[in-house]
Write a protein that binds this ligand. Sequence first.
Ligand SMILES: N[C@@H](CCC(=O)N[C@@H](CS)C(=O)NCC(=O)O)C(=O)O
Length: 198
Amino acid sequence: MKLFWCPKTRAVRAVWMLEELGVPYERVLIDIRDVQAKANPAFRAASPMGKVPALEDGATRIWDSGAICAYLADQNPGAHLAPAVGHPDRGRYLQWLMYTNSVIEPAMAEKLSKAPVSTVAHGWGSYELMLDTLRAGLAGGPWILGERFSAADVMLGTACHFLRQFKMLESDPVVFPYVDRCAARPAFQRAMALEVLP
Ligand SMILES: N[C@@H](CCC(=O)N[C@@H](CS)C(=O)NCC(=O)O)C(=O)O
């Protein structure tokens, strides 16, 4: 299994997920700031948009961090990083697994670019609505599904880490302790240790 990756990008999500699973994988560095590196045919076959992370697993190619985390969790049921199909938590898991890329990230982009807010028309609501909903979801803790850590926490945990890193939150009684819990996980620490150019 190959992970096309670059430090200091959303690829850290896939690295953290793979480290949680403890499965063997090869990291292939694609420097996204280098036009020639991005033209690498094997990379473009795995990532038509030229974005990282991208995963190649046999004939399977996936180029979205959320889809990669969902795929890896389902491919490795023994790791218990996703409630199985039919489990009562499956729906809640899917909801939160997708929240990062469908709600948090667009809301962050809206805020950073000072784009006009349209809570009703925009699928992500607004930055404030995104945060309030996230805080309410995390209130039960320690993880988004309660006691059970899952791939949804890999997605949300990295998004919350970025919110703190980009100083989009001054301090937060729910989000910051959640990031701290994520950061205490050995797999998160291994992923962060790889956040440098080789
Ligand atoms: N929705 C995608 C977004 C991936 C993405 O935008 N990656 C950025 C780095 S964080 C990238 O590869 N940018 C390079 C480019 O677009 O040229 C995901 O979550 O995997």
